[in-house]
Design a binder for this molecule. Structure first.
Ligand SMILES: Nc1ncnc2c1ncn2[C@@H]1O[C@H](COP(=O)(O)OP(=O)(O)OP(=O)(O)O)[C@@H](O)[C@H]1O
Ligand SMILES: [Mg+2]
Length: 365
């Protein structure tokens, strides 16, 4: 798969972060300069990637520990939505002074963390930043567990829309024209109530924030357009990470619909944690023969254990068959010939570089 940007999406807990990290390692080992932007990685995974407490700062992952001949490189980071928002403000502010005023504003500090969809949008914003400024062949983007797939793809639109809406215009209107600032002057009932609840200082601060923000509109709108263009770029691929379970697949197909509607480039399905059929299931008799019990008293108990162990492969076989049916159903429901990568369930949490590198052969190259 030749792509400059790979975005791993999917419902909560299917393995987006694991797949993003494993894919980034695998691409770096194939000789490329790779960056991976992870979202809320598990603590041990973050530590293995060397990004434990560093947030937005890119850290070189010590791939030589697992592959001394590795010719590529991998920089990893963990999204810090607040720091990304601050960087964005600095980038689109008309002057450093204006940026400082906004960044110091209490209302901004509150809004930047609670604005609906801002986490999703900041992931996109950081992606654009890396794409424009980083020396990378490929950028792999993990995505946050959004309530709904749509939230993520809609984020740039929602951000741009927010700054276009009439209410924002009202908020930044000068007091003399009856905007938000007029609350400072007026004696209207609304103003009085608001002042009682929020305090005069808060209203003034909110008004200052929106006034400073007015100058940022164009910059924001421009960035949102670029983010949208990057998502739709022919060198971008959305990988839909799923699980061999019906709920996750319904979500993946819904996501695929959203991609199609928005003409965003679908790269294929990654079905994670697929259970494989046991190669040579041992029989109870074979188990008994291989490991006889120590003494006569243990014989009954031992027979019981052997019978239980011998049943386990049958259960695993049934699970493997169920998973194979789910995989076939997803393939049949997806576009004809859509790429589909299957990752076996590793039967343990995957946290260190060596664990992640083991997934390489199952991932796009
Ligand atoms: N193939 C696999 N085999 C075994 N364990 C796996 C596999 N893939 C992922 N896991 C484990 O599943 C758990 C969830 O994975 P991960 O955090 O990557 O999911 P996620 O989709 O990013 O979750 P969230 O939606 O919360 O961000 C982790 O503990 C991870 O180690
Ligand atoms: Mg995750």
């Amino acid at each position: 798969m030749t792509a400059r940007v790979i975005i791993c999406c999917g419902s909560g807990g299917v393995g987006k972060t694991t797949v993003s990290a494993a894919l980034a390692i695998s691409l770096a080992r194939s000789g490329q300069r790779v960056a991976v932007l992870t979202i809320d990685p598990a603590r041990r995974l973050a530590d293995s990637l060397g990004i434990g407490s560093l947030g937005n700062t890119a850290r070189r992952v010590p791939l030589e520990r697992i592959d001394p001949d590795c010719t590529g490189s991998l920089d990893a980071m963990m999204l810090d939505a607040k720091a990304t928002f601050d960087d964005l403000i600095r980038r689109v502010s008309p002057s450093p002074g204006a940026a400082d005023r906004i960044l110091a504003n209490h209302y901004y500090r509150f809004a930047s963390q609670r604005l609906g969809g801002s986490h999703e949008y900041m992931a996109m914003e950081k992606l654009l930043d890396l794409w424009q400024t980083g020396p990378y062949d490929v950028i792999v983007l993990d995505t946050p567990p959004t309530r709904h797939a749509l939230d993520f793809i809609k984020a740039p639109d929602r951000m741009a829309g927010l700054f276009d809406q009439g209410v924002m215009r009202w908020l930044v209107m000068p007091a003399t024209q009856g905007g938000w600032r007029a609350l400072e002057l007026g004696s209207e009932v609304v103003a009085k109530v608001l002042k009682r609840f929020l305090g005069r200082g808060t209203i003034a601060e909110i008004a200052d924030f929106f006034e400073d923000f007015r100058d940022l509109w164009d910059g924001f709108t421009e960035r949102s357009k670029r983010v949208k263009a990057l998502l739709a770029d022919p060198a971008t691929r959305f990988l839909l990470v799923s699980a061999p379970a019906r709920a996750a697949q319904v979500e993946a197909l819904y996501f695929l619909d959203v991609l199609n509607q928005r003409k965003l480039p679908f790269g294929g399905f990654v079905i994670n944690r697929v259970v494989e059929a046991p190669a040579h299931p041992p029989s109870a008799t074979a188990l008994r023969a291989a490991m006889p019990p120590d003494g006569p008293t243990a014989a009954d108990r031992w027979a019981e254990i052997c019978a239980g162990v011998a049943q386990a492969p049958a259960q695993r076989q049934a699970l493997a068959e169920a998973h194979a049916r789910q995989v076939a159903a997803l393939k049949a429901a997806g576009p004809v010939g859509a790429p589909c990568w299957l990752i076996p369930d590793q039967d343990r949490d995957l946290h260190d570089l060596a664990d992640l590198a083991e997934l390489g052969p199952y991932l796009p190259s």
